[in-house]
Design a protein around this ligand. Structure first.
Ligand code: ADP
Ligand code: MG
Length: 334
C-alpha cells in the first residue's frame, strides 16, 4: 500500500513546480486574495506557500493528508472545480509521500493558529519525541505550507535548482495572469527581506496588466482580445493573442481549461499552423487562452495531474478559436 502510494505520488508530484500548482489551486479554492511563494534551491530545499484564504479547521488537520477524504472536509464546496477532473482529494496526500509538509493555519473564528506536520499521509510529531498532534501557535488568518522534499533520489527526473526555479516561476506567472484579481508574489528565500520578488502582481491589476508586467509592454502592445462562445459545443473561450506584428524567438502558450493550467498539444499545433498560414511564415505566437467546458467533455483517461489534457470536440473548438481570431485580426488590419 505504501509503495503504491509512493508510485502514485511520484507520478503526480514529479517536481516542486507540480506540487506548487496543486498548492496554488488549494489557496485559490480557499478564496485567497494574496498568495506568496518562497523558494530555496529551486524548491528542493524549501517550497513555502502562504495565503490569506479560509484556513483549515483544526478538527480537519488529522485527516488533511489522507487520500480521498479531504474533499469532504471543505468548509465550502466549489462544485464546478470538484466536478472538473473527477479526481480530487489526492494532492496533499501525494505530496506528503514525497516531502515533509508542515502546515500552519487559522480560520477566522479561531483565536490562534494551529501547526501540524505530515509524512506519508499522516500527522507526525512537531518535536522529536512529542505527540503527533497539532499545536497552537501565533499566526494570521489563512494557511502557510512548508514543503521539504525528502526523497530526491526517488525523483529521478529532477533538474538543477535554477531549472526547477524557472518551472516554479512559469507556474506562478501563468496563475497570476489567469487570476488577475489575486496578488501573487514569488521570490527566492534570502537573508535580506528586501530582496526583490521575481513575480509581484497587485490585486487591482487586469489580465492584460499582468501580461505586460510579466512578459513586457512590447508583448502587451501586440495582443488582441478574442472572445468566443458556442452553446452547441458547450464552450466559452477568452484569450489574448498576438497579432501580425508580433515577433518572438519562441512561442508562449498559456492554456487554462476550467481554470487549471494545462498543456494541450492539439490546440498548440492548430494555433501554430494558423499563425504560419495567416502570416505566410513560421512565427512564434503568444497566446493566453482560457477555455470553460463541461467537465463531462474532458477526457478522464488522461491523468488529470499530468499537464496534458484532451477533450471532446477538440477540432471544432480549435476551429471556433481560430475563426474568431482571424476575424479580430482582419478587423485590426483594416
Ligand atoms: P482537494 O483540493 O482535491 O480537495 P487536496 O489534497 O489538494 O485535495 O486538499 C485537501 C483539502 O485540504 C482541500 O479540499 C481543503 O479542504 C483543504 N486545504 C488544502 N489547502 C488549503 C488551503 N491553502 N486553505 C484552506 N484549505 C485548504
Ligand atoms: Mg487540491
Amino acid at each position: 500500500e505504501a509503495v503504491v502510494n509512493r508510485i502514485a505520488a511520484g507520478e503526480i508530484i514529479q517536481r516542486p513546480a507540480n506540487a506548487l500548482k496543486e498548492l496554488i489551486e488549494n489557496s485559490l479554492d480557499a478564496g485567497a486574495t494574496t498568495i506568496r511563494v518562497t523558494v530555496k534551491e529551486g524548491g528542493l530545499k524549501l517550497l513555502q506557500i502562504q495565503d490569506n484564504g479560509s484556513g483549515i479547521r483544526k478538527s480537519d488537520l488529522p485527516i488533511l493528508c489522507e487520500r480521498f477524504t479531504t474533499s469532504k472536509i471543505k468548509a465550502f464546496e466549489d462544485l464546478s472545480s470538484l466536478g472538473t477532473y473527477g479526481f480530487r482529494g489526492e494532492a496533499l496526500a501525494s505530496i506528503s509521500h514525497v516531502a515533509h509538509l508542515s502546515v500552519t493555519t487559522k480560520t477566522r473564528d479561531e483565536t490562534c493558529a494551529w501547526k501540524a506536520a505530515y509524512a506519508d499521509g499522516a500527522l507526525i510529531p512537531l518535536k522529536p519525541g512529542g505527540d503527533a498532534a497539532p499545536l497552537p501557535c501565533a499566526g494570521n488568518d489563512g494557511t502557510v505550507e512548508d514543503l521539504f522534499y525528502n526523497t530526491p533520489q526517488r525523483l529521478r527526473s529532477l533538474r538543477p535548482a535554477n531549472e526547477e526555479y524557472a518551472r516554479i516561476l512559469s507556474v506562478v506567472t501563468a496563475y497570476s495572469i489567469h487570476n488577475a484579481g489575486v496578488s501573487f508574489v514569488c521570490k527566492k528565500a534570502s537573508s535580506s527581506s528586501s530582496s526583490t520578488a521575481d513575480v509581484n502582481t497587485s490585486v487591482g491589476a487586469s489580465t492584460l496588466d499582468n501580461i505586460g508586467l510579466l512578459y513586457g509592454e512590447a508583448v502587451r502592445r501586440e495582443l488582441v482580445e478574442v472572445v468566443a462562445e458556442s452553446d452547441e459545443l458547450g464552450v466559452k473561450v477568452r484569450a489574448w493573442c498576438s497579432g501580425a506584428n508580433y515577433q518572438a524567438k519562441r512561442s508562449t502558450f498559456l492554456f487554462f481549461i476550467n481554470h487549471r493550467y494545462v498543456d494541450c498539444t492539439s490546440l498548440k499545433r492548430a494555433l501554430e499552423a494558423f499563425y504560419s498560414t495567416l502570416l505566410a511564415k513560421n512565427t512564434h505566437p503568444f497566446v493566453y487562452l482560457s477555455l470553460s467546458i463541461s467537465p463531462a467533455k474532458i477526457d478522464v483517461n488522461v491523468h488529470p495531474t499530468k499537464k496534458e489534457v484532451a477533450f471532446e470536440d477538440e477540432d471544432e473548438v480549435v476551429q471556433l478559436v481560430c475563426e474568431k481570431l482571424a476575424e479580430v485580426l482582419e478587423k485590426q488590419g483594416e
